[in-house]
Structure formats: structure tokens, C-alpha cells
Write a protein that binds this ligand. Sequence first.
Ligand code: SF4
Ligand code: ZN
Length: 358
Amino acid sequence: MPVKCNTKCGRNAVLKRPKTGDALCKECFFWAFEQEVHQTITTANLFNPGDYVAIAASGGKDSTVLAYIMKLLNDRYNYGLKLVLLSVDEGITGYRDDSLETVKRNEQQYGIPLKILSYEELYGWTMDRIVEQAGRKNNCTFCGVFRRQALDRGATLLKVDKIVTGHNADDIAETVLMNILRGDIARLQRCTAIVTDSEGSIPRSKPFKYTYEKEIVMYAYFKKLDYFSTECIYSPNAYRGHARAFLKDLEKIRATAIIDVIHSGECLSVRDGVKLPTRTLCTRCGHISSQPVCKACVLLEGLNKGKPRLGIGKSSKVRERLGSNMSDLSGHDSLGSNMSDLSGHDSKTSVLTSMLEF
Ligand code: SF4
Ligand code: ZN
């Protein structure tokens, strides 16, 4: 006997919603998913009519669903936004070149113009060459720092008002855990914010802040969206991988674990006396930085001098820790990648099988 959709629409259910456990038909799932994103956008006042918004697009599931839904909601609710896809080509042969082909098809499918910027043109280095010189250990640090700045530079070039990224609830919960485990108080403060907005920079927001990764995969699957699902050849970022695995284990026992961790992150307040970073402009490249010289410029200098470890690694972190207050970790980007590295990730989970069973 087929299970009926919980909304009493009369149709048969085809899936069990990970977030609520509801048995739903496709149409009711689409509606619930879209309404929740719309609610996130309106509750947080993410946009103003007339805004020019860049969608950070990697071709992966999160940003593909984001592009699709931004267009859909913009049309359905008359947000009045002008949209553009903004992609960063890190220069990873066999990964990014293929995923960018997907973004180019998305450009046609959704009728949203596309701008691609490459590390090669911005920094004179591709990730393939960086890995050749610096090895596989810290590749995600270079990549995350450069991508964050590349998106800002692309957005400035396009003169957009805002950037949206496909970070989902799982990504944010992982980042909360990672920042707790690293003792990175400054990032812990910032990482749950739906909008990151510092003076002089273009605001970035995360319309999928409360959207489960499993539901994004489901939505893309049932909508038959064209996305790229191969993992980066230089992955994994081991530290994030552990946080991810831990969270997935928790989620098996307690479906709300992801939202609970985000909620805890939002409620954590920094005690008095903890120095938070102040934003300034890099004296070399003029982009936003928490230090006189930004992390991208420090890393670039290391690469150009043949000393790729410059600015990377535990030793410099430990030195700085010893030389300053233990709790002041502001401005460190050194240990692995951070929130900034996520918009380009296609962390693959074959979760559909378990979700389609009642
Ligand atoms: Fe860059 Fe992500 Fe690949 Fe690391 S896993 S090298 S951050 S694309
Ligand atoms: Zn700089």
C-alpha cells in the first residue's frame, strides 16, 4: 500500500524529508524547500529591490541549486534582482575545468550571464602549479585564501551589490565544530552569520544557512538539475573531513544535530578581553584584510620566492600564540581552509539511497 503525502494533497509520497521526517510527494517537497529558502531570505532581509547579485557558482550541487532557486524565487516573488553567475577557475585539471563546463551549461539553462576569473590571471599561479611547488599538505589553505579574494575581486569588477554562496547548514555546523576544536574564537564569532559584511567589502550571504545538504541533493535529483559531482583531486581536507564524519554520525542518532550545532554557535558569546580582528586594507593589493598585508599576498610572496611554507603551518601559529594572548587568534588563516573554501567544494555524499527509503 503506497504511503500518502503527509500534506493530504492526495498524492503518493516518494520521499522522507530528512529535516522533518515527513513523507512527501515531489511537488510538496519542492514547495516546502523553496518556501523555507524564501523565508530565510525575507526574514534576514538579504536583498533590496534592484540589487545586482552575484551567485558564486562552482558547478557543484549547492551552487547549482542556489542558482536555480535564486532565479525561481526572484521570478515568483518579484525580488527585483539582477543576477549573474561568478565562477573562479583555480586551475585544477580534471576537476575545475570539467565543473566549469557545467556552469557554462547552467548559464544557458537558467539564462543568467556568467563571469569566470582564474587564479592564473589574478595571481599568475594555477592550483596545479601550486601543488607542484608546495605539495599536497596545504593546498586547501592556498586555494581557500585565494578563492575568497578572487570572489571579492570578481564582484568588484562586476560592480555587484551582493554575493550569495551555496554554503549549507551542514557546512556551517562543520565550521562551528572546527573553530571550536581549533580555538579560533574570531572565526567562531563570525561563522554562523548569515551575512558577512565588513566595511569596504561586498556583503556575502548564505540563503542555504538552514538548508540540509541531504535536501539539496534530493532537490537537485528530483528536479534533474545539471550539476557536477566529482570531488576535487586535491581533496580531502582531512580536518574538515573529520568534523563532517562526526556530524554525520551525530545526525544518524539525532536528526536535528546540524541545526542544534548552528544554534549553539549563534549563542556563543565571546568573553570580555578577547581581541577580535579589525578590518583594514592590505598595503600591497588594497583588498580587505585583518593584517597590514593580507594572507593572499603573504602566500603569493612565498610562492614567488620559492618558499611556499611562508605564512603557513603550525610553527608560525604557535609562535604567534606564544607572542600574544592565547585567546587572540584573529587574522590566522593558516591551519587548513575555512568557510571561504566551501563555495568551490563539491563534497560528495551519496545520501539519496537512504533518503528515498521509508
Ligand atoms: Fe581547493 Fe577545495 Fe580542491 Fe582544496 S579541495 S584544493 S579548497 S577546490
Ligand atoms: Zn593583499
